[in-house]
Design a protein around this ligand. Structure first.
Ligand SMILES: *[C@@H]1O[C@H](CO)[C@@H](O)[C@H](O)[C@H]1NC(C)=O
Length: 190
């Protein structure tokens, strides 16, 4: 009798353990499915982030100053707004402010050419990086009409760094439909 009782108890115990194992197995299968779903979502997000980074890494602009002739001289330094935009991939250059803003950290190349069209006075240009002058070029009392002044820089920039060109006081530049004065730049690499 005692043996039979033990046997019945043991069987009951085994049966309840088996039921528990089955339940645990069910839960594991469920969380495996959830994990797979989460993994797919993560991969999807990663893909979106990658393509956003890829897109923001494309930056190139090219703009001419104006179609309407001389700019300056003024008695204070004045931001040159290259308003005739021909290329602006990534929209990092603003023709309304004349400011370039770095969309990503990286190494950038910029160049400018300005034209002077007078045989009196001076032409000049100053390049600012985050408000600090990094190029200051002047051409004074030149003799020819249509003189050009050109320069280029390669800079390591952080996200949000800005660059702009300034017309120094008492100097002037010239441009018309022929694209005499231009400002351009692009991201070399990240
Ligand atoms: C000025 O540049 C624009 C854009 O590249 C071009 O379409 C236009 O023909 C240029 N003007 C002259 C006179 O070359």
């Amino acid at each position: 009798f005692i043996l039979r009782k033990v046997n019945v108890e043991l069987r009951a115990d085994l049966e309840s353990q088996a039921a528990e194992l089955l339940a645990v197995g069910g839960r594991l299968t469920a969380s495996e499915g959830e994990l797979q779903l989460l993994r797919r979502r993560m991969e999807n997000l990663q893909h979106q982030v990658d393509s956003l980074i890829e897109q923001s890494a494309k930056m190139a602009f090219y703009a001419a100053l104006t179609e309407s002739g001389g700019v300056g001289p003024y008695n204070t330094p004045t931001v040159l707004k290259f308003s005739n935009v021909f290329t602006n991939v990534g929209d990092a250059y603003s023709p309304t402010t004349g400011f370039f803003t770095a969309p990503v950290k990286g190494v950038y190349y910029f160049r400018f050419t300005i034209c002077g069209q007078t045989n009196q006075g001076s032409m000049g240009v100053q390049l600012f990086h985050n408000g600090k002058s990094i190029i200051y070029n002047l051409q004074t009392r030149y003799n020819e009409f249509f003189e050009y002044l050109s320069n280029a820089v390669i800079l390591e920039l952080n996200v949000g760094d800005e660059l702009h060109l300034v017309l120094p006081e008492d100097t002037s530049v010239f441009d018309n439909v022929n694209n005499h004065s231009t400002f351009s730049g692009f991201l070399l690499f990240k």
